[in-house]
Design a protein around this ligand. Structure first.
Ligand SMILES: [Zn+2]
Length: 251
C-alpha cells in the first residue's frame, strides 16, 4: 500500500554505497523506518542524499510495521539553511530530532507534535540574525520539549506540588521549589525530604516553570538552569543521557 505523508527526517544512516536507512517522523502515520534505495546515486529519486532535519512530502510502501518500509518519493522542501550555519542551533535541532525519535513509537501518529516540531525548526532557522541567539534558541527548545512531553502523555506537573497539591501561585512566590523527576513535577519545601532525586530551583527558574509564558522573556542563565533540569528529567525517562544533551548544557 502506497502512503503519502508530510515528513521530517530524524535519522539517516548509510546502508550501502548507494542506499540509506532513514527514520521519518510523519504527520499522519507517526515514526517510520524506511529504506531509501539509490538515495546516494547522482540521479537520486529523492532530490539527493537524505539528511536529518530535511522535510517535505514522502511516499512510502508500508510493510505493516513488520520490517522496513520502502521510500519511493521524497520531495524535499528547501533546507532550513541557517541551521547549518550555527552549531548551537544545529545541536538544538538535532537534540529535538533525537528526542522525537526516542520518545515516540513507530506508527503512532501525533499530528500536533509534528506541527510543533516543524514550527520549532522554522523558528530556530529564523534566529540567525537575533542579537542573543543562544538565549532565544534555548527558550524555543525548552518550550518544544515541554510540548513533546505533553503530547506523549508525560506532561510534568508544574502548577502545584505533586505530593500535597499546594498551588505554586502568587502567594507562594519566593518560597523554595524543587523539581523531582520521579514525581514528574514540582515539589514544595514541606514535601521535598521524601524525594531524594529532587533539584532545588532558583526563584527565577521556579517563576518560569510555574508561569511558562515567562520562558520566552527570561535570561540565558535561568534558561540554562531550566534546560539542565529538563535534561536530568529526560535522562530519567530514557534511562540514559540523551546523546546531544552535552552540546546544549555545556558550561
Ligand atoms: Zn508539597
Amino acid at each position: 500500500m502506497l502512503t503519502k505523508d508530510l515528513a521530517i527526517c530524524i535519522r539517516a544512516i548509510d546502508y550501502s554505497e548507494t542506499s540509506q536507512i532513514v527514520s521519518f517522523f510523519t504527520r499522519a502515520t507517526g515514526k517510520i523506518d524506511a529504506i531509501a534505495k539509490g538515495s546516494k546515486r547522482p540521479k537520486s529519486p529523492f532530490d539527493g542524499p537524505i539528511e536529518v532535519l530535511l522535510h517535505g512530502n514522502i511516499v512510502f510502501v508500508d510493510s505493516g510495521g513488520e520490517k522496513l518500509a520502502t521510500l519511493t518519493e521524497f520531495q524535499q522542501q528547501p533546507a532550513l539553511i541557517n541551521l547549518r550555519n550555527n552549531l548551537f542551533m544545529l545541536y538544538a535541532c538535532l537534540f529535538a530530532a533525537e528526542l522525537v525519535n526516542n520518545l515516540t513509537h513507530d506508527y503512532d501518529p501525533h499530528p500536533e507534535l509534528f506541527d510543533s516540531f516543524l514550527e520549532f525548526l522554522h523558528n530556530a532557522n529564523e534566529q540567525h540574525s537575533t542579537s542573543n541567539q543562544q538565549r532565544d534558541i534555548l527558550a524555543l527548545l525548552i518550550l518544544f520539549q515541554l510540548t513533546l512531553l505533553r503530547e506523549i502523555g508525560l506532561q510534568p506537573i508544574l502548577s502545584h506540588c505533586v505530593n500535597c497539591k499546594t498551588s505554586h501561585d502568587s502567594r507562594a512566590v519566593g518560597r523554595e521549589i524543587y523539581f523531582s523527576s520521579t514525581a514528574n513535577g514540582l515539589i514544595c519545601r514541606d514535601c521535598e525530604p521524601s524525594f531524594p532525586d529532587k533539584i532545588r530551583l532558583t526563584k527565577e527558574a521556579s517563576a518560569c516553570l510555574t508561569r511558562l509564558k515567562q520562558i520566552s522573556g527570561s535570561d540565558e542563565k535561568t534558561l540554562k538552569e531550566i534546560e539542565k533540569v529538563i535534561v536530568h528529567h529526560l535522562t530519567g525517562l530514557l534511562g540514559r543521557v540523551p546523546k546531544m544533551a552535552k552540546h546544549i548544557i555545556q558550561g
